[in-house]
Design a protein around this ligand. Structure first.
Ligand code: THU
Length: 130
């Protein structure tokens, strides 16, 4: 599906629930299943900083825990001037569960960029690697 407006909106809405008292950097993500369902997630920080989980992984683990297995796109929304790409840990998890999906980066100013996971994680380690 080539229409990404609803997916970006879902990520923007998920961002409203971000728990980011330490960094103050609110992130929203949304996944789109092949059947068109949208599943959102936000970053959830912790006073023990390393336990923080990014919005992308929250969205993916939510979707997986609800039985979803097939995805065609993920959107990430922040209010940064420079669009926010997924961190390295999230790239690994996105690749594992979503493969070569479309990655849509957007901000609250309306800037949007499209990437493919294979370009964000070249030469991946995955289940075919062993
Ligand atoms: N964060 C995400 O949720 N996703 C990203 O793609 C980048 C970073 C979060 C983690 C932390 O809560 C805050 O942004 C600052 O790193």
């Amino acid at each position: 599906m080539a229409d990404y407006a609803a997916l970006i909106d879902a990520a923007r809405a998920a961002r409203e629930h971000a728990h980011a008292p330490f960094s103050k950097f609110k992130v929203g993500a949304a996944l789109r299943t092949r059947s068109g369902r949208l599943v959102g997630g936000c970053n959830v920080e912790n006073a023990s900083y390393g336990l923080t989980i990014c919005a992308e992984r929250v969205a993916i683990f939510k979707a997986i825990s609800e039985g979803e297995r097939e995805f065609d796109a993920i959107a990430v929304v922040t209010d940064a001037d420079t669009l926010t790409p997924p961190c390295g840990a999230c790239r690994q998890i996105i690749w594992e569960f979503c493969g070569n999906v479309e990655v849509v980066l957007a901000n609250l100013k309306g800037q949007v960029e499209h990437h493919r996971m294979k370009d964000l994680l070249p030469l991946p380690f995955d289940a075919r690697s062993f």
